[in-house]
Write a protein that binds this ligand. Structure first.
Ligand code: GDP
Ligand code: IMO
Ligand code: MG
Length: 423
């Protein structure tokens, strides 16, 4: 079959969860390949409405194996809470596995995330305060704890001692209370008892899946504009949501990826700080937020809203090597008489950039160049084929595809599982 990476093409919250839930009905394995419980992937299906944070969005399909990959940072406490919520909704979790190489987010990582944000003064990143930055920093500094460490208590004790030597100094410098090693060790033993049997070396499992030509989906978190290397640094997350990292974070050879689907909203949203050239502060921005229900799935923060950004999609499509687009939330535009699409950024010297992404300090100064498109002013919610869409909606989507230089594979017209179709 095939290996498909599903990645966010904008600033996150594009609707990755719902696309993966739909595609997972035909998939054997779904692997989350980066990020942690900063994610909020909303899925609506027969089990109700769930915002998934760590658990892959294929979990609602009992035959699908779901893996939290080695590229992720996992807060065991958050994972246990998420598992309990799903179990309460009768979702079966026997097919949920965690890579022994995934990093653990410890309670002190959340503490440090909050203290570091406070120390930034006016220059905040607007993080989700889920400990992502500090956990990935510890991974790179080689003082992180991994899920597999829970299975080796003696080794874990040494690793924890080692970590706390620097962690407690950092916390004290930033004005927090030091953490107690014995309490944390006891907490880890509790995690071991509750999660131990799900912590595995995922490599044999994935090798077997590839050999059997199974269908594998790689689930990304966030979007390219928040990528640690290619996003609006420093207003980024601390991992790489782009497809190039998918193989590594999932634990597959890079050349096995056959398809890269970029999930993209029919307009733009962004939550957190940093430049967002298409942001609207007017009635249209409010209308997009109200109709689109644009509030963070993890933090509840109102999302900043704007028109579709054609420069960002061009950049995202090339960088990810997208083979297809999944366009979501088309229905949110149903009530607009006119739509705008940003097709370039005007730089302070008057020149216009269309096919590159200016770096952050320059991006702060650009002005979007818009084209106007006619709206369709009719509901698309019950459309289930390309031909069902109003002609103006088809023209609008074709323009997005042209700007991305990538064909459209899927369109969604509502949040429910069946409110989408293949093009
Ligand atoms: P993710 O993080 O990329 O999975 O996206 P989020 O779940 O954070 O945000 C997407 C939001 O849009 C969720 O509330 C979804 O239920 C909703 N949604 C997804 N697709 C559609 C769609 O086609 N139409 C509408 N109206 N809502 C959608
Ligand atoms: P999903 O997977 C939207 C943003 C935060 C902040 C920046 C860094 O649901 O699309 P972090 O907590 O990762 O250190 O925050 O990234 N951010 C998200 N924005 N959707 C998300 O996840 C996000 N995860 C982090 O707002 O600007
Ligand atoms: Mg989200």
């Amino acid at each position: 079959m095939s290996v498909t990476a599903i990645v966010g093409a904008q600033w996150g919250d594009e609707g990755k969860g719902r696309i993966i839930d739909y595609l997972a009905q035909q998939a054997d394995v779904v692997i989350r390949f980066q990020g942690g419980d900063n994610a909020g992937h909303t899925v609506i299906n027969d089990y109700g409405k769930h915002a998934l944070h760590l658990i892959p969005s294929g979990i609602f399909n009992p035959k699908t194996t779901n893996i939290i990959g080695s590229g992720c940072v996992v807060n065991p406490q958050a994972l246990l809470e998420e598992m309990a919520a799903l179990e309460a909704a009768n979702v079966r979790l026997d097919n949920l596995w965690i890579s022994n190489r995934a990093q653990m987010v410890m309670p002190y990582h959340r503490t440090l995330d909050a203290l570091e944000e406070a120390a930034r003064g006016k220059d905040t990143i607007g993080t989700t305060k889920r400990g992502m930055g500090p956990a990935y920093a510890d991974k790179a500094a080689r003082s992180g704890l991994r899920l597999g460490d829970l299975l080796q208590p003696d080794w874990l004790e040494g690793r924890l001692d080692n970590a706390l030597r620097t962690v407690n100094r950092k916390i004290e410098i930033l004005g927090g209370d030091p953490v107690d090693g014995e309490e944390l060790y006891a907490l880890c033993m509790d995690f071991r008892a509750k999660l131990g049997q799900r912590i595995v070396d995922t490599m044999p499992l994935l090798r077997q899946a590839l050999t059997a030509h199974q269908a594998i989906l790689l689930e990304g978190q966030l979007g390219v504009m928040r990528d640690l290397d290619w996003g609006i640094y420093p207003y980024v997350t601390s991992s790489n949501p782009t497809a190039a990292f998918a193989a590594s974070g999932a634990g597959l050879p890079a050349r096995t990826i056959d398809r890269v689907v970029g999930v993209v909203k029919a307009y733009s949203t962004c939550v957190g700080d940093g430049p967002f050239p298409v942001e609207l502060h007017d009635a249209d921005g409010k209308k997009l937020r109200d109709i689109g229900g644009e509030y963070g799935a993890t933090t509840g923060r109102p999302r900043r809203c704007g028109w579709f950004d054609g420069v960002a999609i061009h950049y995202a499509a090339w960088l990810n090597g997208m083979t297809g687009l999944a366009i979501t939330k088309l229905d949110v535009l149903d009530q607009f008489d006119t739509l705008k699409i940003c097709v370039g950024y005007e730089l302070p010297d008057g020149s216009i950039v269309r096919d590159a992404m200016p770096d952050t300090p320059v991006l702060n100064l650009v002005k979007p160049v818009y084209e106007e498109w006619a709206g369709w002013q009719t509901s698309t919610e019950s459309c289930r084929r390309w031909d069902d869409l109003p002609v103006a909606a088809q023209a609008y989507i074709n323009r997005l595809s042209e700007l991305a230089n990538v064909k459209v594979d899927y369109v969604s017209v509502g949040p429910e599982r069946d409110q989408m179709f293949e093009v």
